[in-house]
Design a protein around this ligand. Structure first.
Ligand code: ZN
Length: 295
């Protein structure tokens, strides 16, 4: 009798346990949040480049190899963003799918610091592009979790609705006919997609990657532009060279107006952290820019 009872119990227990979550790795924190929003409790997301670390110049750690090796699915931004990723995949021995979330984005081509044209990877700063990312994430998760297709569809639809509202809200913040107000200085060229969508001109002393240095000529030109065009909005970024922007601002006799989040979210563990999710990041950047431009 006892044996039968135990046999039934052992048969029932596994089905009562919560289903195993899909182990997903995303290359950096912003992408990790988008995957979490679509996968919700069906996924366990690990990120390679942590919050407040720079994905352009990241050096993978031994723990990253383990994370990739144990993953069921891997997401990257693409658009030449994660130059270090290929070697990490080879070293990990991972043979599963690698999804390029930004693959349907229309890439912007900018000049890098040496004047050579290069793909601008920072597509996520256009909320419309983030919606394309969500579509790719949804398809990939549905493929891996066919029993949860409907749930993933609902998650993606609900999040996309929030993104649509966010996109409309950002547009609303910069409504004016006065184009002179629309010049913003940041450390590196991370906001070109944002600028195109929302009618802001971003200038920066460093190119599209933080691995380059600004030349003296570029710095002098930037100071001249700030003075000539009466630029009001000058920002540092959470990851990059603070001193450079402070030097430019001091020489141009303008204030530094705050911190923008370009390539990473802020630390999730601090309650006052302004950009713990993608939506918070866009809201924070928009409000900060708007205040500096005196709308
Ligand atoms: Zn960047």
């Amino acid at each position: 009798m006892l044996r039968i009872f135990l046999w039934i119990l052992l048969g029932v227990l596994p089905s009562l346990a919560s289903p195993q979550k899909l182990k997903v790795v995303a290359s950096f924190s912003i992408l990790g949040d988008l995957v979490r929003q679509v996968g919700q409790d069906l996924v366990e997301v690990s990120i390679i480049v942590p919050e407040n670390a720079d994905p352009h110049i990241y050096q993978p750690k031994p723990l990253d190899i383990i994370k990739i090796n144990e993953a069921d699915l891997v997401f990257v931004n693409g658009l030449s963003f994660e130059g270090w990723f290929g070697r990490l995949i080879v070293n990990s021995g991972y043979k599963g799918d690698i999804i390029t979330a930004g693959k349907n984005v229309k890439p912007r081509i900018l000049l890098d610091s040496k004047g050579v044209s290069a793909t601008d990877p920072h597509a996520w700063h256009s909320v419309k592009n983030a919606m394309l990312y969500v579509e790719e994430i949804k398809k990939a998760l549905q493929h891996k979790l066919p029993h949860y297709t409907k749930k993933i569809e609902e998650n993606a639809a609900s999040y996309s609705e929030k993104l649509k509202k966010l996109d409309d809200w950002v547009k609303e913040q910069f409504k004016t006919s006065d184009k002179k107000r629309h010049i913003v200085i940041t450390t590196h060229d991370a906001f070109s997609y944002y600028g195109t969508d929302y009618g802001i001109e971003f200038l920066s002393p460093v190119g599209i990657s933080t691995d380059s240095e600004a030349s003296a000529a570029v710095i002098a030109e930037m100071i001249r532009t700030i003075k000539e065009k009466n630029v009001k909005a000058v920002f540092i970024e959470n990851l990059s060279n603070r001193k450079l922007i402070e030097q430019i601002a001091a020489e141009a006799r303008v204030n530094v107006d705050g911190v923008l989040y370009a390539d990473s979210l802020s630390s999730p563990s601090t309650a006052s952290s302004p950009a713990r999710t993608y939506i918070e990041m866009i809201q924070h950047n928009t409000q900060t820019i708007r205040e500096a431009l005196e709308f």
